[in-house]
Design a protein around this ligand. Sequence first.
Ligand code: PMP
Length: 433
Amino acid sequence: MREAMGNAFVPGAVALDPAEAAMIERRGRVLGPAYRLQYERPLHIVRGEGVHLTDANGVRYLDAYNNVPSVGHAHPRVVEALTRQAATLNTHTRYLHENILAYAERLLATMPDALAHVMFTCTGSEANDLAGRIAQAHTGGTGFIVTRYAYHGVTEVVSRLSPCLGEGVQQGPHVRLVAPPASGVADVGARFAEGVRRAIADLEAHGIRPAALLVDTVFTSDGNYVDPAGFLGPAVEAIREAGGLFIADEVQPGFGRTGAHFWGFGRHGIVPDMITMGKPMGNGHPMGAVAGRREPIASFANQVRYFNTFGGNPVSCAVGLAVLDVITDEGLMANAADVGAHLHAGLDALSGRCPTLGERRVAGLACAVDVVDAEGRPDPVAATRIVNGLRDRQVLISISGIEHATLKIRPPLVFQRAHADQLLEALEGVLRA
Ligand code: PMP
């Protein structure tokens, strides 16, 4: 099974500290066998601050992996906003409250005017699930097109749209998988759109009308396909011609990660019919949302009402506002662009010295590097060794891509050039060892 590859913990593979081994045993007992731990030697983290995580022994790690705490672990302004509102009131969206209005207005102001409404959830999975239902309600279609190694979440609807979960999940007759965008070729957009058109034709040949094309606009789990900016245009055209909608999953690129744009779709010069978001939205507090054009949301509202007990509650909205304030006040988009470019240049230089590093695909602080063998083929064993080697040098990254051979570097947006240098130095050390 694919899970055994990558950087998931494999019981018995290495000797562990007895206290950690005892926790792992307890964890298996109470949480059961479906969960996975990261790294050959799992981490027991007890504290986070900025770009650093500290383990139970007081060892500090550079976090170049976690995109959720995007304005930094335990950011004081976010913590303050959360605790102040929690000490005042927490209810739900069946009462009037200023926070949800202020937050919805601020959030919509980051998007093109066509994205007119926002509906709140607690997770990215719920957001994609809701967007999928809205697309079906609006188009009357049931078919979905996603990329070959996409991840969109855990509900019944979106787990079927998440082939990265493995062969144990049946996609179902209404789902078609397309190859992620090619890289290093001239006609990336045309090729990707061609795959989408073939998928549409196949759905139609089976009597299934397409509801939507759903993609992560930086294709994180496929391996971070980001260039050339603009390549999504022809695929969006293709799905619309077939009567379907284009849903941009912004859970990964949203909230400034790519540096140049607040949302990943902005790099492509397109305006989606809906966008979904989550993870960095609440900097660790569970939040998600769908923003969309008026028409699909009206079609949905004609058929069904919407209420989500926790989505959009006053505490979450206070947190969301604080996150937006920090992104602006600390210039985190510009920082992502600057530090991302610095990291990219460092990785390019390092790949010249270390041929194990193959193609680099970087947009701001969404960064991926292929690990290859002497013949240039994906090398998942070396990728796993690198990720675990970095962990042993107190630098945290992960792996992505269907081959499990792509280094996924996705730090909080407060990552600085000095942190990038520390990562590059540790990576060179691991590669030389
Ligand atoms: N979409 C994408 C692109 C994601 O990366 C994730 C989470 N990894 C999700 C959706 C699901 O979000 P959540 O875990 O909050 O349900």
